[in-house]
Design a binder for this molecule. Structure first.
Ligand SMILES: NC(=O)c1ccc[n+]([C@@H]2O[C@H](COP(=O)([O-])OP(=O)(O)OC[C@H]3O[C@@H](n4cnc5c(N)ncnc54)[C@H](OP(=O)(O)O)[C@@H]3O)[C@@H](O)[C@H]2O)c1
Length: 433
């Protein structure tokens, strides 16, 4: 192709015309020559499920492909942009087809990268083409480039943050309005903040995909989604939010990845964060992330983690990188040199905890609980008994000093068997960040 005045024309094929796809088309229609290195973008073809569905952008003049794989492999596609979603199926098939045809790929698909990132990176590097996914984590807030590029002069020890805006919105609403999880979720669905099927978000799986990707970028290891320990927010009770506040904490869904001498620990949990901590202050649908490097120390970023505009901006930034000819390994190191991801058994992790028990209102219960914990080797840091009106029993809450999770869980098993304890104790972790 001869290069016209003003630089090369890049023909971009966009598969997926939903929230993100429509945002990308809108952006490219408005600013086809946005790339700092010069050149211009034209959309050479689009693909989605339904050709006739009304969309916020006009696609009538664009070549239509029923099959995203055909769009990916089309000789008219210079850059393939995958915005279909899903770890397998058409998204994976189309990305593979594009890479095999030697075309650069830009995707926002965290499930695909978290679950198949290592093999796709190997394919991209074999073909010598970029596979970029800035939009996959924290939407428009640049976390991927920061870890992959700006942090290569450091050794990252840990990353931890709030990576799912839907969960953050629900927890913030529960806390501010005093609503129960199910009611707040229903309202979030009505307002469009939560999907009709919310399990990927509220179950913690979306955050786990994202932290898996960040772990791979931060530690130079292959992404290993299967090793992530995942707990969502479905079981977060309003009473825990209120009691945590009395103890000086806010409950957040925290996704974390730590590098230890034994390997890598990737977890997603509802977590108590001190009220004045930056993560506690990131409310609503915001995302926020701490990165801790050996030399740089701590970095904190915060911003939108989703939405058509912010996510399209991240996709556009990746398209600009392709246009600038940037060549880098897909993760922090070439795919063949990624270290194996050795998972650490979460039972060995050490941290402070919050425990809530529902007990019968009778003398000696607190002493029995304290003794059981002491015998198991768990040391109590603080104790709170609230006069809560509950016919079923009285909640007692305590926080522990640092303890191995295996020891804590064994102690909880023993407490659950005490005659005065009505329910299995509720365990929440307290942030180490
Ligand atoms: N939404 C966000 O704010 C956000 C933020 C960061 C990352 N992401 C990621 O971006 C990707 C897209 O998300 P989204 O919110 O835009 O999803 P979405 O609104 O559900 O859109 C998905 C698009 O894919 C199309 N599609 C589904 N199956 C297809 C198939 N078999 N063949 C061709 N097209 C198919 C759909 O077609 P129809 O329109 O015809 O149904 C739709 O246009 C996902 O990987 C998501 O995780 C989203």
């Amino acid at each position: 192709m001869s290069v016209p005045p003003g630089g090369r024309v890049w023909r971009v094929g966009v598969a997926g015309l939903g929230n993100v796809g429509a945002g990308v088309l809108g952006f490219l229609a408005e600013r086809p020559d946005f790339a700092p290195a010069g050149g211009r973008v034209v959309v050479s073809g689009v693909s989605a499920r339904s050709r006739s569905r009304p969309r916020p952008v006009n696609i009538s003049g664009l070549a239509w492909f029923d099959d995203p794989v055909a769009l990916a492999a089309s000789p008219d596609t210079d850059i393939f942009v995958e915005l279909v979603g899903g770890s397998d199926g058409p998204a994976k098939a189309a990305v593979e087809a594009a890479l095999k045809a030697g075309k650069p790929v830009v995707t926002a698909n965290k499930a695909l990268i978290a679950e198949h990132g290592a093999e796709l990176a190997a394919l991209a590097e074999e073909q010598g083409v970029p596979l970029l996914f800035e939009a996959a984590v924290m939407g428009g807030t640049p976390a991927v480039k920061m870890l992959r590029e700006a942090m290569v002069g450091d050794e990252v020890r840990s990353v931890a943050g709030i990576l799912n805006g839907t969960c953050n919105y629900i927890l913030t609403e529960m806390q501010n309005k005093g609503g129960a999880f199910a009611d707040v979720l229903a309202e979030a669905q009505r307002l469009g903040y939560a999907e009709a099927d919310p399990i990927m978000d509220v179950g913690g799986f979306d955050a786990a995909h994202k932290i898996t990707i960040l772990a791979a970028l931060a530690f130079g290891c292959a992404p290993n989604y299967a090793a992530a320990e995942i707990e969502g927010i479905e079981q977060v009770a309003l009473v825990d939010i209120q009691l945590a506040k009395d103890l000086g904490y806010r409950i957040k869904l925290v996704a974390s990845a730590d590098r230890t001498e034994d390997g890598v620990l990737v977890r997603v949990h509802p977590t108590l964060v001190p009220l004045d901590h930056p993560l506690a202050l990131a409310g609503g649908a915001l995302n926020a992330l701490f990165i801790e490097g050996t030399r740089i120390g701590r970095i904190f970023i915060q911003g939108p983690g989703a939405g058509s505009g912010p996510t399209a901006a991240a996709v556009a930034a990746d398209i600009a990188d392709v246009m600038a000819g940037a060549v880098r390994p897909v993760f922090q190191a070439p795919a063949r040199a990624l270290s194996p991801f050795t998972p650490v058994d979460p039972a060995r992790s050490i941290g402070r905890a919050y425990l809530r028990f529902l007990v019968r209102d009778e003398p000696g219960v607190i002493a029995a609980v304290s003794e059981t914990l002491a015998e198991a080797g768990v040391s109590i840091e603080s104790f709170l008994q609230k006069p809560v009106e509950d016919a079923a029993g009285v909640p007692i809450v305590l926080t522990t000093h640092s303890v191995a999770e295996s020891v804590l869980k064994a102690a909880i098993d023993r407490i659950a068997e005490l005659p005065a304890v009505i329910d299995r104790p509720r365990l929440l972790r307290i942030a180490r960040i």
